[in-house]
Design a protein around this ligand. Structure first.
Ligand SMILES: NC(=O)c1ccc[n+]([C@@H]2O[C@H](COP(=O)([O-])OP(=O)(O)OC[C@H]3O[C@@H](n4cnc5c(N)ncnc54)[C@H](OP(=O)(O)O)[C@@H]3O)[C@@H](O)[C@H]2O)c1
Length: 252
């Protein structure tokens, strides 16, 4: 079995930090050219693209702006000559407490749905058309354990968006398998990133670790190899599946 992605181009959204950065670096290590997408962290994204090599480049788009999202796949295919793998990783976890004002509640749900679900759906749409013209491609959507078991009351929007990502992934796998397009979801549990730090600051480190079979928090580098494996084609007959990477929290 080989994990050789030489000659392949992968777009990783939210690749400037956290899980996306680890995925970008692991894909590049396997030979891929990476479109390193970011929203605001331009210096961090530049550093990731430099570390990736293989002609990797950065791409900026605020995924809460659906118009900005709409042009991203075209920009990647124009600048890098095509796209073989789309990895929808960028995400936000925004709190929406029950006692928030209705306008704050609406803002949190709207932004969460835009970045976590609408942007992946739009990027899937354009990637599918590109893949259909090229004879196939792979999509890997980063969901969350919250898609399956919900989240705390403050983060219902986050859980709902991630459940949507799982259903979107299954629909793409169902609908476009005959076009040689495969789609997978990866559902991490708590993973040590800036996003998880926000949860830990709110609920404490114990909240993140008390329900794990393993004794340590998952690192971004624990998630990335599975994404490389899915991107490599070795798991194509698992299309439509969701892979849990949550330090054994379902068996604890
Ligand atoms: N960490 C966890 O415990 C955990 C658990 C389950 C699932 N996940 C999922 O894994 C994915 C990565 O999370 P992470 O923990 O690595 O997050 P993170 O450390 O907070 O990084 C978020 C990434 O998404 C980008 N991003 C944020 N808002 C954006 C926007 N409006 N438009 C475009 N890009 C935006 C950021 O770009 P900038 O740097 O430019 O802001 C950054 O690259 C997310 O989908 C998250 O839901 C994380």
């Amino acid at each position: 079995m080989t994990l050789d992605l030489s000659g392949q181009t992968a777009l990783v959204t939210g690749a400037s930090r956290g899980i996306g950065r680890a995925i970008a670096r692991a894909l590049a290590k396997a030979g891929a050219t990476v479109a390193v997408h970011f929203a605001r962290s331009v210096d961090a994204a530049d550093a990731v693209a430099d570390a990736c090599g293989n002609g990797s480049q950065t791409f900026q788009a605020d995924l809460s702006d659906l118009d900005a999202t709409d042009g991203l796949i075209d920009e990647v295919t124009e600048r890098l000559g095509g796209l073989d793998v789309l990895i929808n990783n960028a995400g936000v976890a925004q709190s929406a407490p029950l006692d928030a004002s209705t306008s704050n509640w609406n803002e949190a749900w709207t932004r969460t749905m835009a970045v976590n679900l609408r942007a992946p759906e739009l990027l899937c749409r354009h990637a599918i058309r590109h893949f259909q013209a090229r004879g196939g491609g792979r999509i890997i959507n980063i969901a969350s354990r919250a898609a399956h078991r919900g989240d705390t009351p403050d983060y219902m929007a986050y859980a709902a968006s991630k459940a949507g990502v799982v259903a979107l992934t299954k629909s793409v796998a169902r609908g476009f398998g005959e076009d040689n397009i495969k789609a997978f979801a990866v559902a991490p549990g708590f993973t040590r990133t800036d996003m998880a730090q926000d949860f830990i600051d709110t609920y404490g480190e114990d909240y993140a670790t008390h329900d794990l079979a393993l004794s340590e928090l998952t690192e971004p580098e624990d998630v990335a190899p599975t994404v490389v494996f899915l991107a490599s084609g070795n798991a194509d007959h698992a299309t439509g599946t969701t892979i849990d990477i949550n330090a054994g929290s379902y068996v604890h």
